[in-house]
Design a protein around this ligand. Sequence first.
Ligand SMILES: [Fe+2]
Ligand SMILES: [Fe+2]
Length: 147
Amino acid sequence: MANDPRMMGYLMRALSAEMAAVQQYLTQASLTAMWQLGAHSSRFRRDAEEELGHAQRLIERMLVLGIPSNGTQLPPIRPGRTLEEMLLIDRDLEIEVIRLYEEAAHYCARVRAAETQILFASLLQEELGHLSDLDHLLTEIQQGATS
Ligand SMILES: [Fe+2]
Ligand SMILES: [Fe+2]
């Protein structure tokens, strides 16, 4: 059970997605700092730290299961050329990871891998929160209320 190959696959894909998000948000934090958008830069930095925390929780779970803490492959970075474009790209990224966590949590429930299911379900809730923050911010920006 611990080494169910499909569950291992979900953990590895999840770790890749979280590491890719760290890379994405750190790049956006640096770019927005260069554009003098200090508040947005700090927000991207906090997002990167949150995703790093997710990566660590996945790594801990993989170590407990005796799985090497490898991601599979990092996708190329897509920072965006404007703040709005950045947020739209990030929205897609979050939706992708939400789909992955939904599928992974569902699969773990089916094979009764309770601990891993709890982790995926908890990460899913956090990414849903992240998506709703992004949507809120996008609405503000599209209405011209940028900070
Ligand atoms: Fe995450
Ligand atoms: Fe996220």
